[in-house]
Design a protein around this ligand. Structure first.
Ligand SMILES: [Zn+2]
Length: 134
């Protein structure tokens, strides 16, 4: 309430890098190489509206929530040498944002302000969501 009066929107942000492969089945000829599975470090960022300063949403837990959202929807494959990676199949950055948003809102009842999914630092998607408690 105080935030609304003062025009303040307080958002806690969690960031997670997740290695994965995806492809764009229907890529146009100019970027036909995207039809093949290719690797990215998908950089997820989720912002959750809070009203106080005392860990209403804890950052480490928010990061875990992002990972949980992905893990429940996509398969994890093992590499030969280091770490694991996800098979995102035909999922776009926008789709991956929606997967995270759905989990944070439907399962955890958080007031999500935005979700981002970037491919490295080159580009990606950001979806902004209106205040569910407004
Ligand atoms: Zn890609």
């Amino acid at each position: 309430m105080w935030g609304k009066i003062m025009g303040i929107e307080k958002i806690v942000v969690g960031c997670v890098d997740i290695e994965g492969y995806h492809y764009w089945e229907d890529a146009i000829d100019k970027v036909a190489f995207l039809r093949n599975p290719h690797r990215h470090i998908f950089k997820f960022k989720a912002g959750v509206r809070v009203s106080d300063n005392d860990r209403e949403v804890e950052i480490f837990m928010l990061r875990d929530y992002i990972v949980n959202a992905i893990a429940r929807c996509y398969d994890l494959d093992m590499k030969l040498f280091a770490g694991d990676y996800y098979q995102f199949e035909n999922a776009s950055c926008e789709t991956l944002c929606e997967v995270v948003h759905e989990y944070l809102t439907d399962q955890l009842k958080l007031n999500v302000a935005f979700v981002e999914c970037f491919e490295e630092d080159t580009g990606g998607a950001r979806i902004n969501y209106s205040d569910s408690k407004a």
